[in-house]
Design a protein around this ligand. Structure first.
Ligand code: 3HC
Length: 311
Protein backbone atom coordinates (compact mmCIF):
# COMPACT_ATOMS: atom_id res chain seq x y z
CA UNK A 1 0.00 0.00 0.00
CA UNK A 2 0.98 3.69 -0.29
CA UNK A 3 2.62 3.83 3.15
CA UNK A 4 4.93 0.90 2.36
CA UNK A 5 5.76 2.45 -1.01
CA UNK A 6 6.58 5.80 0.64
CA UNK A 7 8.72 4.01 3.24
CA UNK A 8 10.62 2.25 0.45
CA UNK A 9 11.11 5.53 -1.42
CA UNK A 10 12.35 7.35 1.69
CA UNK A 11 14.73 4.51 2.57
CA UNK A 12 16.25 4.76 -0.92
CA UNK A 13 16.70 8.52 -0.51
CA UNK A 14 18.16 7.98 3.00
CA UNK A 15 20.72 5.55 1.59
CA UNK A 16 21.66 8.14 -1.11
CA UNK A 17 20.65 5.54 -3.70
CA UNK A 18 19.11 6.40 -7.04
CA UNK A 19 15.38 6.61 -7.78
CA UNK A 20 14.87 5.02 -11.21
CA UNK A 21 12.02 5.83 -13.64
CA UNK A 22 10.13 2.60 -12.91
CA UNK A 23 10.38 3.04 -9.10
CA UNK A 24 7.36 4.31 -7.18
CA UNK A 25 7.81 8.01 -6.27
CA UNK A 26 5.60 10.70 -4.74
CA UNK A 27 3.90 12.84 -7.43
CA UNK A 28 5.65 15.95 -6.04
CA UNK A 29 9.06 14.34 -6.52
CA UNK A 30 8.25 13.52 -10.17
CA UNK A 31 6.92 17.05 -10.78
CA UNK A 32 10.08 18.60 -9.28
CA UNK A 33 12.33 16.36 -11.38
CA UNK A 34 10.40 17.29 -14.55
CA UNK A 35 10.53 21.00 -13.65
CA UNK A 36 14.26 21.09 -12.87
CA UNK A 37 15.51 18.74 -15.61
CA UNK A 38 13.33 20.43 -18.25
CA UNK A 39 14.59 23.84 -17.16
CA UNK A 40 18.16 22.59 -17.28
CA UNK A 41 17.63 21.17 -20.80
CA UNK A 42 15.98 24.40 -22.00
CA UNK A 43 18.95 26.34 -20.57
CA UNK A 44 21.41 24.33 -22.64
CA UNK A 45 19.45 24.85 -25.85
CA UNK A 46 18.71 28.56 -25.34
CA UNK A 47 22.34 29.01 -24.19
CA UNK A 48 23.46 28.18 -27.74
CA UNK A 49 22.06 31.51 -28.99
CA UNK A 50 24.26 34.09 -27.20
CA UNK A 51 27.43 32.20 -28.11
CA UNK A 52 26.24 31.18 -31.57
CA UNK A 53 26.06 34.91 -32.24
CA UNK A 54 29.90 34.96 -32.43
CA UNK A 55 30.63 31.83 -34.51
CA UNK A 56 30.69 33.78 -37.80
CA UNK A 57 32.54 36.67 -36.12
CA UNK A 58 35.31 34.72 -34.33
CA UNK A 59 38.74 36.38 -34.83
CA UNK A 60 40.52 33.23 -36.07
CA UNK A 61 39.81 29.78 -37.45
CA UNK A 62 41.03 28.26 -34.15
CA UNK A 63 38.64 30.36 -32.08
CA UNK A 64 35.81 29.57 -34.51
CA UNK A 65 36.49 25.81 -34.26
CA UNK A 66 36.58 25.91 -30.43
CA UNK A 67 33.35 27.92 -30.23
CA UNK A 68 31.63 25.65 -32.76
CA UNK A 69 32.60 22.59 -30.66
CA UNK A 70 31.30 24.24 -27.49
CA UNK A 71 27.94 25.22 -28.98
CA UNK A 72 27.53 21.71 -30.38
CA UNK A 73 28.30 20.33 -26.88
CA UNK A 74 25.50 22.50 -25.45
CA UNK A 75 23.09 21.00 -27.99
CA UNK A 76 24.20 17.53 -26.88
CA UNK A 77 23.72 18.43 -23.21
CA UNK A 78 20.21 19.59 -24.06
CA UNK A 79 19.42 16.28 -25.78
CA UNK A 80 20.80 14.19 -22.84
CA UNK A 81 18.68 16.22 -20.44
CA UNK A 82 15.50 16.06 -22.56
CA UNK A 83 16.03 12.28 -22.74
CA UNK A 84 16.48 12.15 -18.94
CA UNK A 85 13.29 14.20 -18.57
CA UNK A 86 11.34 11.93 -20.96
CA UNK A 87 11.99 9.01 -18.58
CA UNK A 88 9.66 10.74 -16.13
CA UNK A 89 6.78 10.71 -18.59
CA UNK A 90 6.81 13.95 -20.58
CA UNK A 91 7.67 14.14 -24.29
CA UNK A 92 10.23 16.47 -25.83
CA UNK A 93 7.46 18.03 -27.92
CA UNK A 94 5.43 18.90 -24.79
CA UNK A 95 8.54 20.32 -23.10
CA UNK A 96 9.39 22.48 -26.12
CA UNK A 97 5.80 23.74 -26.36
CA UNK A 98 5.92 24.67 -22.63
CA UNK A 99 9.23 26.52 -23.13
CA UNK A 100 7.97 28.44 -26.17
CA UNK A 101 4.68 29.13 -24.39
CA UNK A 102 6.57 30.64 -21.44
CA UNK A 103 5.22 27.94 -19.10
CA UNK A 104 8.71 26.58 -18.29
CA UNK A 105 11.85 28.55 -17.51
CA UNK A 106 15.46 28.46 -18.63
CA UNK A 107 18.53 29.92 -16.92
CA UNK A 108 18.32 33.69 -16.36
CA UNK A 109 21.88 34.19 -17.60
CA UNK A 110 20.97 33.66 -21.25
CA UNK A 111 18.69 36.69 -21.26
CA UNK A 112 21.73 38.97 -21.33
CA UNK A 113 23.23 40.02 -24.69
CA UNK A 114 26.72 39.09 -25.90
CA UNK A 115 27.88 42.54 -27.04
CA UNK A 116 31.62 41.96 -27.59
CA UNK A 117 33.86 39.01 -28.44
CA UNK A 118 35.26 39.05 -24.86
CA UNK A 119 31.79 37.85 -23.80
CA UNK A 120 32.60 34.49 -25.39
CA UNK A 121 35.50 34.13 -22.96
CA UNK A 122 33.53 35.49 -20.02
CA UNK A 123 30.65 33.08 -20.65
CA UNK A 124 33.13 30.18 -20.72
CA UNK A 125 34.94 31.36 -17.59
CA UNK A 126 32.04 32.60 -15.42
CA UNK A 127 28.85 30.99 -16.80
CA UNK A 128 30.37 27.55 -17.37
CA UNK A 129 32.32 28.03 -14.14
CA UNK A 130 29.00 28.59 -12.33
CA UNK A 131 27.49 25.66 -14.22
CA UNK A 132 30.33 23.42 -12.98
CA UNK A 133 29.80 24.53 -9.34
CA UNK A 134 26.12 23.71 -9.73
CA UNK A 135 26.40 20.54 -11.82
CA UNK A 136 29.17 18.56 -10.08
CA UNK A 137 26.94 17.98 -7.00
CA UNK A 138 24.09 17.09 -9.40
CA UNK A 139 26.09 14.03 -10.47
CA UNK A 140 24.84 12.65 -7.12
CA UNK A 141 21.23 13.79 -7.52
CA UNK A 142 18.75 11.10 -6.42
CA UNK A 143 17.00 10.80 -9.81
CA UNK A 144 19.08 8.20 -11.72
CA UNK A 145 18.81 9.37 -15.34
CA UNK A 146 19.57 12.99 -14.33
CA UNK A 147 22.66 12.10 -12.27
CA UNK A 148 24.07 9.88 -15.03
CA UNK A 149 23.53 12.62 -17.66
CA UNK A 150 25.42 15.06 -15.39
CA UNK A 151 28.56 12.90 -15.27
CA UNK A 152 29.11 13.28 -19.03
CA UNK A 153 28.01 16.95 -19.05
CA UNK A 154 30.50 17.88 -16.33
CA UNK A 155 33.45 16.49 -18.29
CA UNK A 156 32.57 18.73 -21.24
CA UNK A 157 31.84 21.76 -19.02
CA UNK A 158 35.43 21.66 -17.75
CA UNK A 159 36.66 22.06 -21.33
CA UNK A 160 34.17 24.95 -21.80
CA UNK A 161 35.45 26.75 -18.71
CA UNK A 162 39.14 26.24 -19.60
CA UNK A 163 38.74 27.54 -23.14
CA UNK A 164 36.95 30.64 -21.85
CA UNK A 165 39.64 31.37 -19.28
CA UNK A 166 42.42 30.82 -21.85
CA UNK A 167 40.66 33.16 -24.32
CA UNK A 168 40.52 35.94 -21.69
CA UNK A 169 44.13 35.32 -20.58
CA UNK A 170 45.22 35.72 -24.22
CA UNK A 171 43.32 39.01 -24.54
CA UNK A 172 44.78 40.25 -21.22
CA UNK A 173 48.26 39.79 -22.74
CA UNK A 174 47.14 41.86 -25.75
CA UNK A 175 46.49 45.59 -26.20
CA UNK A 176 44.98 48.07 -23.77
CA UNK A 177 41.77 47.96 -25.82
CA UNK A 178 41.59 44.17 -25.42
CA UNK A 179 42.18 44.42 -21.67
CA UNK A 180 39.45 47.07 -21.41
CA UNK A 181 37.10 44.84 -23.45
CA UNK A 182 37.66 41.94 -21.03
CA UNK A 183 37.10 44.11 -17.95
CA UNK A 184 33.90 45.61 -19.43
CA UNK A 185 32.61 42.10 -20.20
CA UNK A 186 33.35 40.84 -16.66
CA UNK A 187 31.61 43.92 -15.24
CA UNK A 188 28.45 42.99 -17.20
CA UNK A 189 28.43 39.25 -16.45
CA UNK A 190 29.64 38.95 -12.84
CA UNK A 191 26.37 39.63 -11.02
CA UNK A 192 24.12 37.76 -13.52
CA UNK A 193 26.48 34.77 -13.11
CA UNK A 194 25.90 34.81 -9.32
CA UNK A 195 22.14 34.99 -9.92
CA UNK A 196 22.32 31.70 -11.87
CA UNK A 197 22.37 29.85 -8.53
CA UNK A 198 18.83 31.04 -7.77
CA UNK A 199 17.38 33.27 -5.04
CA UNK A 200 18.78 33.33 -1.48
CA UNK A 201 17.90 30.14 0.43
CA UNK A 202 15.40 31.94 2.66
CA UNK A 203 13.63 33.16 -0.47
CA UNK A 204 13.68 29.83 -2.30
CA UNK A 205 10.36 27.96 -2.21
CA UNK A 206 11.87 24.73 -3.60
CA UNK A 207 15.30 24.30 -1.98
CA UNK A 208 14.29 22.70 1.34
CA UNK A 209 12.12 20.04 -0.29
CA UNK A 210 14.65 19.42 -3.09
CA UNK A 211 17.36 18.91 -0.46
CA UNK A 212 15.13 16.52 1.53
CA UNK A 213 14.53 14.50 -1.65
CA UNK A 214 18.22 14.51 -2.57
CA UNK A 215 17.44 16.28 -5.85
CA UNK A 216 19.69 19.13 -4.71
CA UNK A 217 22.79 18.20 -2.74
CA UNK A 218 23.67 21.82 -1.82
CA UNK A 219 21.62 24.95 -1.32
CA UNK A 220 21.67 27.97 -3.69
CA UNK A 221 23.71 30.09 -1.25
CA UNK A 222 26.26 27.29 -0.62
CA UNK A 223 26.96 26.93 -4.33
CA UNK A 224 27.07 30.71 -4.89
CA UNK A 225 29.67 31.00 -2.10
CA UNK A 226 31.67 28.16 -3.71
CA UNK A 227 31.61 30.02 -7.05
CA UNK A 228 32.87 33.27 -5.46
CA UNK A 229 35.66 31.50 -3.57
CA UNK A 230 36.74 29.60 -6.72
CA UNK A 231 36.67 32.67 -8.99
CA UNK A 232 38.47 35.33 -6.92
CA UNK A 233 41.97 33.81 -7.33
CA UNK A 234 41.29 33.22 -11.04
CA UNK A 235 40.32 36.89 -11.49
CA UNK A 236 43.56 37.89 -9.76
CA UNK A 237 45.56 35.61 -12.06
CA UNK A 238 43.78 37.12 -15.07
CA UNK A 239 44.35 40.67 -13.85
CA UNK A 240 40.66 41.65 -13.89
CA UNK A 241 38.74 43.14 -10.97
CA UNK A 242 35.33 41.72 -9.98
CA UNK A 243 32.75 44.54 -9.78
CA UNK A 244 31.88 44.14 -6.09
CA UNK A 245 33.29 46.71 -3.59
CA UNK A 246 32.20 44.47 -0.69
CA UNK A 247 34.23 41.48 -1.91
CA UNK A 248 36.91 40.58 0.68
CA UNK A 249 38.45 37.50 2.32
CA UNK A 250 36.98 36.71 5.73
CA UNK A 251 39.66 34.88 7.73
CA UNK A 252 37.18 33.80 10.36
CA UNK A 253 34.76 32.27 7.85
CA UNK A 254 37.61 31.02 5.62
CA UNK A 255 35.50 32.35 2.74
CA UNK A 256 34.93 35.61 0.86
CA UNK A 257 32.29 38.10 1.99
CA UNK A 258 30.54 39.65 -1.00
CA UNK A 259 27.75 42.06 -1.90
CA UNK A 260 24.10 41.32 -2.64
CA UNK A 261 22.91 40.62 -6.18
CA UNK A 262 20.05 42.80 -7.45
CA UNK A 263 17.17 40.40 -6.72
CA UNK A 264 14.62 42.76 -8.28
CA UNK A 265 16.55 42.49 -11.56
CA UNK A 266 16.62 38.69 -11.10
CA UNK A 267 12.84 38.53 -10.55
CA UNK A 268 12.35 40.74 -13.61
CA UNK A 269 14.52 38.50 -15.79
CA UNK A 270 12.94 35.19 -14.71
CA UNK A 271 9.45 36.56 -15.21
CA UNK A 272 10.27 37.25 -18.86
CA UNK A 273 11.36 40.91 -18.78
CA UNK A 274 15.12 40.50 -19.21
CA UNK A 275 17.03 42.27 -22.01
CA UNK A 276 16.77 39.31 -24.43
CA UNK A 277 13.88 37.10 -23.26
CA UNK A 278 11.55 37.88 -26.17
CA UNK A 279 14.34 37.51 -28.74
CA UNK A 280 15.51 34.16 -27.29
CA UNK A 281 12.02 32.64 -27.27
CA UNK A 282 11.17 34.02 -30.73
CA UNK A 283 14.39 32.49 -32.13
CA UNK A 284 13.56 29.13 -30.48
CA UNK A 285 9.95 29.20 -31.76
CA UNK A 286 11.09 29.95 -35.32
CA UNK A 287 13.68 27.14 -35.24
CA UNK A 288 11.03 24.74 -33.88
CA UNK A 289 8.54 25.63 -36.63
CA UNK A 290 11.15 25.65 -39.41
CA UNK A 291 12.26 22.18 -38.31
CA UNK A 292 8.73 20.66 -38.23
CA UNK A 293 9.05 19.19 -41.73
CA UNK A 294 12.28 17.38 -40.75
CA UNK A 295 10.60 15.81 -37.71
CA UNK A 296 7.56 14.79 -39.79
CA UNK A 297 9.72 13.26 -42.54
CA UNK A 298 11.84 11.37 -39.98
CA UNK A 299 8.69 10.04 -38.26
CA UNK A 300 7.10 8.87 -41.56
CA UNK A 301 10.40 7.30 -42.61
CA UNK A 302 10.73 5.47 -39.27
CA UNK A 303 7.13 4.20 -39.52
CA UNK A 304 7.64 3.02 -43.14
CA UNK A 305 10.93 1.27 -42.24
CA UNK A 306 9.15 -0.40 -39.31
CA UNK A 307 6.30 -1.53 -41.59
CA UNK A 308 8.77 -2.92 -44.18
CA UNK A 309 10.58 -4.81 -41.41
CA UNK A 310 7.29 -6.37 -40.20
CA UNK A 311 6.07 -7.12 -43.78
N1 3HC B 1 17.10 31.12 -13.95
C1 3HC B 1 15.77 30.96 -14.13
N2 3HC B 1 14.91 30.62 -13.13
C2 3HC B 1 15.45 30.43 -11.92
C3 3HC B 1 16.83 30.56 -11.66
C4 3HC B 1 17.67 30.93 -12.75
N3 3HC B 1 18.97 31.11 -12.61
N4 3HC B 1 17.05 30.30 -10.35
C5 3HC B 1 15.85 30.03 -9.81
N5 3HC B 1 14.89 30.11 -10.75
C6 3HC B 1 13.46 29.93 -10.54
C7 3HC B 1 13.14 28.49 -10.17
O1 3HC B 1 12.92 27.72 -11.35
C8 3HC B 1 11.86 28.68 -9.35
O2 3HC B 1 10.78 28.95 -10.23
P1 3HC B 1 9.74 27.78 -10.59
O3 3HC B 1 9.29 27.21 -9.27
O4 3HC B 1 8.67 28.48 -11.37
O5 3HC B 1 10.51 26.78 -11.42
C9 3HC B 1 12.12 30.00 -8.62
O6 3HC B 1 13.08 30.70 -9.40
C10 3HC B 1 12.60 29.82 -7.20
O7 3HC B 1 13.92 29.30 -7.20
P2 3HC B 1 14.30 27.99 -6.37
O8 3HC B 1 15.71 28.13 -5.92
O9 3HC B 1 13.25 27.74 -5.32
O10 3HC B 1 14.13 26.88 -7.52
P3 3HC B 1 14.98 25.54 -7.74
O11 3HC B 1 14.97 24.71 -6.50
O12 3HC B 1 14.49 24.94 -8.99
O13 3HC B 1 16.51 26.05 -7.94
C11 3HC B 1 18.16 26.13 -9.68
C12 3HC B 1 16.86 26.75 -9.11
C13 3HC B 1 19.29 26.34 -8.64
C14 3HC B 1 18.52 26.82 -10.99
C15 3HC B 1 17.93 24.64 -9.88
O14 3HC B 1 16.79 24.47 -10.67
C16 3HC B 1 19.10 23.92 -10.53
O15 3HC B 1 20.09 23.65 -9.89
N6 3HC B 1 18.93 23.57 -11.83
C17 3HC B 1 19.92 22.76 -12.51
C18 3HC B 1 21.06 23.60 -12.97
C19 3HC B 1 20.71 24.44 -14.16
O16 3HC B 1 19.59 24.56 -14.56
N7 3HC B 1 21.74 25.04 -14.71
C20 3HC B 1 21.58 25.83 -15.90
C21 3HC B 1 22.84 26.63 -16.04
S1 3HC B 1 23.07 27.04 -17.68
C22 3HC B 1 23.95 25.74 -18.31
O17 3HC B 1 24.17 24.75 -17.66
C23 3HC B 1 24.49 25.87 -19.67
C24 3HC B 1 25.99 26.01 -19.54
O18 3HC B 1 26.50 24.78 -20.00
C25 3HC B 1 26.46 27.13 -20.39
Amino acid sequence: DEQELMAGFEATIERHDRIEPRDWMPEGYRRTVVRQVAQHAHSEIIGMQPEGNWITRAPSLRRKAILLAKVQDEAGHGLYLYSACETSGVSRDELTEMLIGGRQKYSSIFNYPTLTYADVGTIGWLVDGAAICNQVPLCRTSYGPYGRAMIRVCKEESFHQRQGYELLATMMRGTDEQRAMVQESVDRFWWPALMMFGPPDDDSPNTAQSMAWGIKRNTNDDLRQRMVDMTVPQAEALGVTLPDPELRWNEERQAHDFGTPDWDEFKDVISGNGPCNAQRLEHRRRAWEDGAWVREAATVFARRTEADREA
